[in-house]
Design a protein around this ligand. Structure first.
Ligand code: HEC
Ligand code: HEC
Ligand code: HEC
Ligand code: HEC
Ligand code: HEC
Ligand code: HEC
Length: 291
């Protein structure tokens, strides 16, 4: 009955994410940053607030809502003459908490970094842990060719339509998947399993973490709070500690929006799967100049 789940024990998260490869957005942001002589990624020097606001404001939306959070795996498929395999987060996160895949199945949170292969899938790893013909349609030949192409997508329109039907039932937001996932969770609209073997009771959050933390300077203009309670519902401690937030090094001191938009700190999830950084007010409730 030891609740605090030893955040320092296991390292499943690739620290390579810190020097993360750039998606289109990040590349665009980078271009903009380098055109104006702002600080390079990781630099401690902070950008002027208004300049930063302008850069963030013109960041293109991160793809269409159907595609936000989809990971496309094409390297091995291409070599084998198969269409790329698509992993849609929206569909899976409605059924499982993040921890099921990123802790229990030990998948690192970085596209392409797990070496997902056909052999692995066939032996029950990666996608094959669930796509076995019981929990979900199978990766094996005996599922018939049609099943192969549900992942190796030649045409995404069917999956996109599924998304639209699914999203129509959920609370809306204006960013990312255009779904307010937090509200969907709070309203019980997406009952997730938190383990492959059915649901397990979550250890209670240590008392010291129940109160939201005030991050950064705590000045009126930023006033970002971080709630362990909200994040804890879907995520184990090890998804954030020590790789994304090293408590001992007091990571907060070096936070800036630049590092966030480069996919570090909050951006590790909030640029790729959870609501994206364009949604300023979700984190900066008292921010006004963006309208
Ligand atoms: C649940 C999703 C899923 C299903 C179903 C699936 N695959 Fe895959 N498959 C993947 C993923 C993910 C990869 C890795 C893709 C990459 O890196 O390009 C992959 C890779 C492959 C590769 C590349 C070779 C390699 O060594 O990885 C081949 C060939 C392949 N799959 C064939 C098939 C065939 C044939 C079927 C149906 C009998 C099938 N797949 C069904 C997800 C799936
Ligand atoms: C059903 C399994 C599953 C669930 C549930 C899941 N993920 Fe993932 N996630 C994956 C896979 C598979 C990848 C791609 C890994 C690879 O390419 O090697 C991935 C990749 C990621 C990435 C990197 C994306 C990129 O573009 O580089 C992030 C960030 C991430 N997941 C966060 C989350 C968060 C946050 C949640 C919960 C809201 C979540 N995941 C739920 C399986 C899952
Ligand atoms: C933790 C379990 C789990 C893991 C791991 C998992 N999936 Fe799934 N996946 C599911 C379930 C459950 C469904 C819904 C099955 C259904 O509709 O019959 C699903 C559905 C899908 C669909 C929707 C297909 C359609 O036609 O609606 C795709 C695409 C998909 N998975 C791809 C993948 C890929 C690629 C991987 C590995 C990178 C993967 N999944 C890993 C459980 C999982
Ligand atoms: C979604 C990411 C995330 C998850 C999951 C998470 N934390 Fe944190 N944690 C943070 C952030 C952000 C901070 C503040 C930043 C910092 O101190 O670097 C923090 C700070 C802390 C602190 C220092 C608190 C203080 O008052 O200074 C402790 C202790 C801690 N976390 C323990 C845990 C434990 C135990 C769990 C699992 C029950 C957990 N965290 C889960 C992101 C997370
Ligand atoms: C490991 C992934 C991860 C990291 C890192 C992370 N978050 Fe989150 N966060 C999530 C997910 C998943 C949700 C659920 C909502 C969603 O997916 O859009 C969420 C929800 C939130 C919410 C709730 C929004 C609401 O409507 O109530 C806030 C605020 C938030 N995060 C702020 C932060 C801040 C600030 C940081 C950095 C200090 C951070 N998060 C780091 C994954 C993460
Ligand atoms: C996922 C949460 C999150 C989102 C979304 C977000 N920020 Fe931040 N922001 C942070 C965190 C964490 C910090 C660092 C803590 C601090 O300095 O207060 C920060 C810091 C800042 C700062 C520096 C604060 C100061 O007082 O100097 C500015 C400016 C800023 N953000 C602007 C924005 C703008 C503009 C947007 C929208 C385009 C945005 N942020 C979206 C989490 C977020």
């Amino acid at each position: 009955m030891q609740p605090s789940c030893a955040p320092y024990q296991k390292v499943r998260f690739h620290s390579a994410i810190r020097k993360s490869s750039m998606s289109t957005i990040l590349a665009t942001a980078f271009l903009l940053l380098s055109m104006s002589n702002f600080a390079a990624p990781g630099a401690v020097m902070a950008m002027e607030r208004d300049d930063l606001g302008r850069v963030l404001k013109i960041m293109p939306p991160n793809g269409t809502p159907e595609k936000y959070g989809n990971v496309i795996l094409r390297k091995r498929s291409k070599k084998a003459g198969m269409p790329p395999a698509v992993f849609p987060h929206w569909l899976h996160r409605a059924r499982y908490t993040c921890s099921v895949c990123h802790v229990e199945l030990e998948l690192a949170m970085r596209g392409g970094s797990n070496g997902i292969s056909r052999t692995g899938c066939l032996s029950g790893k990666y996608c094959g842990a669930c796509h076995d013909g019981k929990t979900a349609f199978t990766v094996k030949e005996d599922g018939g060719k049609k099943e192969c192409y549900r992942c190796h997508l030649q045409d995404a329109s069917q999956l996109d339509n599924k998304f639209r039907q699914f999203a129509a039932e959920l609370p809306a937001s204006g960013y990312g998947n255009n779904i307010d996932w937090q509200a969907a969770l709070n309203q019980g609209k997406i009952p997730q399993k938190n383990s492959l073997s059915g649901n397990k009771a979550l250890p209670p959050l240590p008392n010291m973490l129940k109160k939201p933390l005030l991050l950064g300077s705590g000045s009126g203009r930023s006033a970002v709070t971080f709630s362990h309670e909200e994040h804890n519902a879907e995520m184990d401690c090890t998804m954030c500690h020590p790789d994304i937030f090293n408590i001992k090094e007091k990571g907060t001191l070096f936070f800036s929006m630049e590092t966030n938009i480069y996919g570090q700190y909050c951006g590790a999830c909030h640029m790729r799967v959870a609501f994206p950084m364009n949604d300023c007010r979700r984190c900066h409730p008292s921010m006004s100049y963006m309208e």
